[in-house]
Structures are given as structure tokens and as C-alpha cells.
Design a protein around this ligand. Sequence first.
Ligand SMILES: [Zn+2]
Ligand SMILES: [Zn+2]
Length: 399
Amino acid sequence: MRTRERIDEIFEEIVGIRRELHANPELSQQEVKTSQIISEFLTKYEINHETGIAGHGVVAMIKGKGKAVEGQRFFTIGIRADMDALPIDEKMDVPFKSKKKGIMHACGHDIHTAVLLGTAKILKEMEDTIPGNIKLFFEPAEETIGGAKQMIEAGCLMNPTVDAVIGLHITPEVEAGMVQFRRGKMNAASTEFEITVEGIACHGAHPENGVDTIVAASSLVCMLQTIVTRNLAPTNPGVITVGQIHGGNKNNVIAKETVISGIIRALDNGARNFMKKRVKEIVENVACGLGAKAKVQFTDSYPALVNNDELGDILEAAAEKILSKEKICFLQEPSLGADDFSYFSEAVKAIYFNIGCLDKNEITHQALHSELLNPNEECIRTGMLMEVFGVLELFQQMK
Ligand SMILES: [Zn+2]
Ligand SMILES: [Zn+2]
């Protein structure tokens, strides 16, 4: 198959790009050089693109010049790769180790970006026969403010209207060369909360003269857990974590104010809203019962990520053809982690899948967001195969 050979031919070049990105990681909203590397590559291969989208994002477009498949519309499919790195000090001693102390591509976004550049190059070479358009989304700030949301707000799903979006993430849980799918719910919806409890300060030896916000806050921390154990059905997963509690500044003084903050996670947006409602009720009523006043502020983060079944069927079929059935596995449980690809899956039909990056011979512990992450670069080949053949299969099969 000619396309597969082309992917093999450009493999080294794309590994080189990945290493350049890896050595020059940039934090969320600071992806200046990354954006430049992307733009230079796209310019070199005459791929139309716009920079400066939602900060340092890049949107590229390959207009297929083939005829739509019989009985099909002329679809536009988006492929997304995230670009940003993390505030982590790399500990692996690789030749392309991060040149920036305290910043590392520890979530594989260097690989995602390189894979999409390789995919762009291959699809551009095929544009005369491609029966649809492909939009390439190089997305900034996945790790912090949800660059996907801002790219959508900047109009990346319009002109032409995007019919479906695909995206991939590396996983060190699975061996390189494999692809991992998940049907339906894949990642959680996330909301942050901050609760302020107000009371009355007084001497610690005379609690009868005050209202103790530390006691009220301690009750709240325990009561909040009843939302998960008593209000959500046991079959409906949710998490409430209090990550911070700050109150008081002297051992013998009753604290006037205590602030509690944390996160809510749920696997669908309805459950998240229900949990927020219960948090508010508990906060106000428990505090009131203890004579204190409390208010809660929510900041919604990413929505739940739900994969589209039709796209799942088509990509699985593509993976079977191009990689073989033995190279396909399934994520058994959804994750309560969050990924902002969910903004795409909320807006259009979309599918997110994982590519294995585990090296059997690597002895250090491999995990995303770990200072020791060292993906087997073979996953770059799998990524390009899946994106290129996945998109081509979608043009054939999508309804
Ligand atoms: Zn990450
Ligand atoms: Zn990531």
C-alpha cells in the first residue's frame, strides 16, 4: 500500500520534529516557538494555515479535490492535536531532553503535534483524490484553560462546517504499536469549587462567645462526601475532593473565616450539575445549623468526553485493516480525569482514542505527567496510520 510506505518514509523526519518539540517545551498559553515550528512545517509543504488562533493555536486546511464518495456528502473532518507542556523537571536522560529547566512534555503533546504534522504532509500529497476536506487543529493550553473551547469560539468548526472531529492521546498503559478505543463515556466533567465559611472570632478558651469556622468547615468536608455515597446512585461514578483548607492563624483564637476548595468530577454533565446543586444545599444548610454563614463559588472546567459510536465503528474497522485485530484493545473503564477534547465531542460527533507508547524494555515507571515519561517513538507511526487511514475511512463510511 503506497500510503503506508509513505508513512514509513517520512517516519524519521516526523520523529525529528517530535524531538525538536520535546527539547523546546512551552507551557500553556506560551506556545510561541511550538506554533512557529508547526507553521514552518506547514509552509514548507504548502499547506494553508492560520496562526494566532485562540492564543498560539494553528488551524490548517487541506481541501480535497476528489469527488465525494457515491451517496455521500462532501464532508469536512477535523483532526486535533494539543501543543502545550507541563511545569515538570524532566529526569530522563535522553539526547533530546528538555532544554528548559522545570518544563517538560510529560503528557505527550509533542508526539500528538508531530503525528498531526506527519498526517498533514501525507494527506496534502493525496489531496487530488481525497473526497472531502480536512481541517487540522493545533490546540494550545489543553492543560490549563481549555484551548479547545477557545478554538471553537474562534470559529474553527465553521467555514466550512466541520462534520466530525477525531483526536488521539498517547498512553503508557499500552504497548507501542497498539491502539486503544473506548465506547461512550471516556473522561469526566470537571468543576472547581471554593467555599468561604464566615463565623465570629473570639478567644479559644471561650468558644461560647464566637462561631467556629474550623469546626463548621470540618463538618462540611465530611458532609460533602455524602453526595457521592448517599445522593448519587452507586452505579453512577462521581468524585468530590477537597484539596485545600485554610483557616485561622493562632492556636488560641477561634478562626473567623475558613476557605475550603476542591473539585467535583462526574461522567456526565447532568450528574455534575446535580452534584453542584447538592454542594450548595449542604454548604448553606450545614453552616447555618452551626451558626455560621457560608457561600460557594463554582468554576466549571471541561465537560464530559463522550465518544460517538458511529465514528467508533468506522475507526475500529480502519484499525483492523491497517494494524490488525491483535493490535486493538479497549479501555475497560472510563477515567475521572478530564481532557478538553470534550469541547469538540460536545459540539460535533467526535472520537478520542489512545495510542500505546509503552516500551517493553523501559524499566522506569511510565505514567503521564511523570518526570520519567519516555514514550516509545514507534507510537508516532501508529498515530499517523490511524489518523490518515481513519480519516479516509470516515470519508467512505460516515453517514
Ligand atoms: Zn496532561
Ligand atoms: Zn495530555
